[in-house]
Design a protein around this ligand. Structure first.
Ligand SMILES: [Mg+2]
Length: 372
């Protein structure tokens, strides 16, 4: 089997709000083969930068469009192709958008392998750790602490046993920060786990103060309180408080995760399959985390392609226990662009059993939202 073409397809809602919701647009990758099998992947990044990294021309031997590098390759040779892409675009692809772009192609290649063999990706990765996995409802904070409390109640009513709130308006002032967490806990009651995603808002000392204040409301983890490059700040914070510190969604490739784990001393490693370099690299990151005694979770706030990829990944590693599941109530691209809608039953998600990712695009919706 040979790869014949790669497409980077940009989808966007007609109206995009200025808020931290990466479900308002999507960059979908299709990898076509001469066997008639097409694999799909996704990248959560700056979409047009990724489109350029994939569809751009050969410039020279360390700055090539990824499409150019993979056409003619055998899609089963995922390790070889990963290194060919990394080496062939090393000027722009060691971290960030170039590496993110590789993720979409790598996910699509694993989808092709699964479809060709009639097996789910987790089986190809040697997995099988779970029958089901517990999702947490992932949400933005309400506009006020009171609104957050009402939102929390609704997620519990929907059957979620863990809920995460994140980003705005956290970080404005101490009183609001603490009120948001207190009211979220009130809405959830004592039972469900409460996860807090600060959204890159503090310095280390402020984060230490907040983590101590939030402890009274029994939070399960505190996510991304600091800017991602503040690895020494992460270390100070992790060493000062008992609350688990989670981070990783800003990182791409295993070397940046080593920095976060060994220098930053985080407790929970968050891997976004659509940014870190796909399954091929995510498995290595998970292995590095296992060796350090750290649990791995997914990051994902985009489409069911990302959710499905996370289910396959988390079912293939020994240190997974929960899955990020977007619970935003407004209908977006997510509910239209794939034929499947992944839903929790009794607070749990089933592991996919279909070949490949087990997700197909709804081509009508893709055509409707396609831009450019
Ligand atoms: Mg986050």
């Amino acid at each position: 089997m040979k790869i014949t073409d790669v497409e980077a397809i940009y989808l966007r809602l007609p109206q995009v709000k200025e808020q931290c919701d990466s479900g308002q647009d999507a960059l979908i990758v299709k990898v076509h083969t001469d066997a008639g099998i097409t694999g799909i992947g996704e990248v959560d990044s700056n979409p047009m930068a990724v489109k350029g990294a994939i569809e751009g021309p050969f410039s020279h031997t360390t700055a090539s469009g990824l499409r150019h590098l993979v056409i003619g390759e055998d899609p089963f040779e995922t390790e070889k192709i990963w290194h060919k892409m990394y080496r062939g675009n090393i000027y722009g692809g060691r971290r960030g958008a170039g590496l993110h772009a590789m993720s979409g192609i790598d996910i699509a290649l694993w989808d092709i392998k699964g479809k060709a063999l009639g097996l789910p990706i987790w089986k190809l990765l040697g997995g099988g750790f779970h029958q089901q996995i517990r999702p947490y409802a992932s949400s933005l904070w309400g506009p006020t602490p009171d609104a957050t409390r009402e939102l929390a109640k609704r997620y519990v009513d929907k059957g979620f046993t863990a809920v995460k709130f994140g980003w705005d308006p956290m970080g404005q002032d101490e009183k609001t920060d603490i009120a948001l967490v207190r009211e979220a806990r009130k809405g959830l009651g004592d039972g469900p786990d409460l996860l807090v995603d600060a959204g890159l808002v503090w310095d280390a000392k402020t984060a230490i103060q907040r983590a101590r204040a939030f402890q009274e409301h029994n939070i399960f983890w505190l996510e991304e309180p600091l800017l991602p490059d503040d690895y020494d700040g992460y270390r100070k914070l992790s060493e000062a408080v008992d609350v688990r510190i989670a981070a990783g969604e800003e990182e791409s490739n295993r070397l940046s995760f080593i920095e976060l784990m060994d220098r930053g001393r985080i407790d929970i490693v968050q891997v976004d399959l659509t940014r870190v370099g796909g399954f091929t690299e995510a498995m290595k990151i998970a292995s590095l985390a296992v060796d350090r005694g750290l649990p791995v979770v997914n990051h994902g706030f985009t489409t069911y392609i990302n959710v499905a990829a996370a289910l396959h990944f988390l079912n293939s590693i020994p240190n997974s226990f929960i899955l990020e599941f977007v619970a935003e109530e407004e209908t977006t691209l997510r509910d239209e662009i794939t034929k499947q809608r992944i839903v929790a039953k009794d607070g749990m998600l089933d592991i996919p059993q279909e070949p490949g990712l087990g997700i197909e695009l709804n081509e009508e919706a893709v055509a409707k939202y396609r831009v450019g």
